[in-house]
Write a protein that binds this ligand. Structure first.
Ligand SMILES: Nc1ncnc2c1ncn2[C@@H]1O[C@H](COP(=O)(O)OP(=O)(O)OP(=O)(O)O)[C@@H](O)[C@H]1O
Length: 328
């Protein structure tokens, strides 16, 4: 079996009494584009800092391209491009100068260096600010310089912590397009708490909350999840509900009143066969009014809300959110 690009086993990190990462395990195969989601303080940045060797784990281990982040950190660094949440600022340097400095540090061959920097500036869409001082750039532009930086040594694995933070909607779209284009050739783990961003590009999503992995599924599995059918029927609610429950194509029927005479029915089909047309005809034949027929598949948004809401419902003790963390 091929070594996974990212292999995380029972990883834990505590900051004193705060369990920031609590026993997480996952593997990412080569070329997969993984959205790493979670609310504020979930443990995304901490996990990413451990994977990129900037922070030691309290226990467990992580390997990138087979190299242990703790014991083979220099090898790991050669295989990754890391965009931290806050890109370090060398305010007195100009963009091209900064990227040249970074390329030298990363050992990018002198002969191809200038061309590589141009290529990465194009991918990060920062050619227009090549001669600007970093201190004069907006956070969004600095983030894009950071993205260009991660690509300089052509690393197989990219770890991007909030790559779209501070960008305006147009820039977000462009950055997501860049990330999507980099997927496949690179293995990418990118964090965000903005769901529609992930929805546009991901192959797989991992949701972390309170340091634990609460959800881990591929796009294919999410899209193949069982659908719910929604029928809004005008008529006597009890009679309509009884009628629907008799239909052999349906496995479950749940009624929700909308107006005195109007009821929404959420239905699950047997054998995953779409029953909408059959039901529409039968309901009409009974003389009841059909106001809405829809198929609903669980969106990432609904899944995320479900995961986070479940946490809030289950919590019996008041949340013990620690005081603001000092910058790492
Ligand atoms: N240096 C630190 N010292 C103490 N606690 C910390 C430190 N860094 C992070 N924490 C705490 O660890 C938990 C996880 O934080 P982390 O920054 O990893 O979350 P996150 O998911 O990246 O959040 P955000 O989306 O807000 O960046 C939080 O409760 C945070 O307050």
């Amino acid at each position: 079996m091929q070594t996974p690009a990212i292999d995380v086993q029972n990883l834990c990190k505590n900051y004193g009494p705060v369990q920031a990462v609590d026993n997480i395990t996952f593997q990412v195969p080569h070329g997969e584009l993984v959205g790493f989601l979670g609310p504020n303080g979930a443990g995304k940045s901490t996990s990413m800092r451990i994977l990129t060797t900037w922070l030691p784990a309290s226990s467990g281990y992580a390997r990138l391209n087979g190299y242990d982040v703790m014991y083979e950190s220099m090898q790991v660094r050669k295989h990754i491009g890391y965009l931290p949440e806050s890109v370090p600022v060398y305010g007195e340097m100009r963009v091209r100068e900064y990227l040249t400095y970074r390329a030298k540090l990363k050992g990018v061959d002198r002969r191809g260096r200038a061309a590589k920097i141009d290529e990465c500036m194009a991918k990060g869409r920062v050619q227009g600010v090549a001669n600007r001082l970093l201190s004069t750039l907006s956070k969004g532009y600095r983030q894009r310089v950071g993205l260009a930086d991660t690509l300089l040594a052509d690393p197989p694995i990219l770890i991007l912590d909030e790559p779209t933070s501070g960008l305006d909607p147009v820039q977000i779209g462009e950055t997501l397009a860049t990330i999507k284009a980099l997927g496949g050739r690179h293995t990418i783990l990118f964090s965000t708490h903005v769901l529609p961003e992930v929805e546009r590009v991901y192959d797989r999503v991992i949701i972390i909350d309170k340091g634990r992995i609460k959800f881990d599924e591929t796009k294919k599995a999410i899209e193949g999840r069982e659908a719910t059918y929604l029928l809004e029927v005008r008529g006597p609610a009890d009679a309509v509900a009884g009628f629907l429950r008799e239909q052999p194509e349906l496995a479950a029927v749940e009624a929700k009143p909308v107006e005195p005479d109007l009821t929404a029915f959420e239905l699950k089909a047997r054998d995953r066969k779409d029953p909408r047309e059959l039901l529409a005809a039968r309901v009409a034949a009974k003389g009841w009014g059909l106001r809405r027929v829809e198929v609903q598949r669980p969106s990432l948004d609904a899944i995320f809300n479900d995961v986070v809401r479940r946490r809030e419902t289950v919590a019996v003790a008041p949340a013990t959110e620690p005081a603001a963390a000092p910058a790492a």
